[in-house]
Design a protein around this ligand. Structure first.
Ligand SMILES: [Zn+2]
Length: 325
């Protein structure tokens, strides 16, 4: 009887681990060679729980598609931008060679599938740049602990960059202050209960630095894999990442379905984060004119002392709705 009971318990534990669907991350490096993207696959990683949101909320430079190998049916797809994508549009890319460590994340398929990555070409059409078969059974499920309260939520991992082990209390207070700022702006305020910010309480170093692509305030890292690993260190599922950099110098950045960063100690950190989160969450564009600074639109995506304009508010609202579709 005892033996049967043990088997029953083991089965229950086994089922439990699989009942919470997990996430797979495909790591790759990408560089521009003779004007063409060149992708090198690095490997698949089990990346914790999958929260179940539909991340296909807007059209980015890249499109990821997961297809069932046998039926050819699309299992999952989403779109995103990346730092490599931005690099391709810079003048630097014409003379310099730079390698970016990037990744895509997707729910573990039930059967063998094909992962495909597309990038928009000069005429705006998606062109396949990479393909790899996914054999879900060959990859071990690694779930460190049971997590509750993440379903039907927008889960955001907040990562401490450059905070020491003994500075976690300081990080927590920065994280509270800055993430609360997001919910002060509409439509985030209305949907406040849909958002779940979780802080990673482990020191992280993903290589963030100022002067990205020669722009002093562009505080980014070309290692998105390190950002993903840092976010997953928290042991909870995440859909978006915010990186708080322990620095006072004005800076930050935000890329759609990639990450948002901010120098947490700067006096404008709240507003910078709300602006950058607009990019990373809803694919909002900068509304300032790079060449004519006198052209001011009445929007947070142009000047930090403004609210989001009605168009941006509508876009954010649509993204929130699509995430739950
Ligand atoms: Zn706007």
């Amino acid at each position: 009887m005892k033996k049967i009971f043990s088997i029953f318990v083991a089965l229950l534990i086994g089922c439990g681990a699989y009942a919470q669907k997990d996430c797979i991350r495909a790591d790759y490096s990408v560089t521009l060679t003779d004007g063409k993207p060149e992708v090198t696959f690095s490997g698949f990683e089990a990346d914790g729980l999958w929260s179940g949101l539909n991340m296909a909320t807007s059209d980015g430079v890249f499109r990821f598609v997961l297809t069932d190998k046998k039926t050819g049916k699309t299992v999952y797809s989403y779109s995103f931008n990346s730092l490599f994508g931005e690099w391709c549009d810079t003048d630097l890319a014409k003379t310099e060679k730079k390698v970016f460590l990037e990744a895509v994340r997707f729910p573990r398929p039930k059967k063998n599938s094909v992962a495909e990555l597309f990038m928009k070409n000069a005429s705006g059409e998606y062109e396949k740049i990479f393909e790899k078969e996914v054999c879900p059974d060959s990859l071990e499920v690694k779930l460190t602990r049971k997590v509750k309260g993440y379903k039907h939520k927008i889960n955001i991992a907040v990562v401490p960059e450059g905070y020491d082990k003994d500075e976690m209390a300081d990080f927590l207070s920065d994280a509270d202050r800055l993430t609360n700022a997001i919910s002060e702006y509409e439509p985030f305020k209305t949907y406040k209960k849909k958002f779940c910010f979780r802080m990673v309480l482990k020191p992280c170093s993903s290589g963030f630095s100022y002067y990205t692509f020669g722009m002093e305030r562009y505080l980014m890292t070309d290692n998105f894999q390190a950002v993903c690993k840092a976010a997953s260190e928290g042991g909870f599922p995440w859909d978006f990442v915010i990186v708080l950099v322990n620095n006072q110098q004005y800076g930050g950045g935000g890329i759609y379905n990639f990450y948002a960063s901010v120098s947490a100690k700067n006096q404008s950190a709240k507003e910078i984060l709300v602006h950058e989160f607009g990019h990373s969450f809803a694919n909002l564009a900068d509304e300032y004119d790079e060449y004519d600074q006198t052209k001011v639109t009445d929007c947070m995506m142009c000047r930090l002392d403004r609210d989001y304009c009605p168009v941006c508010k509508e876009n954010i609202k649509n993204v929130i709705k699509k995430l739950f579709k």
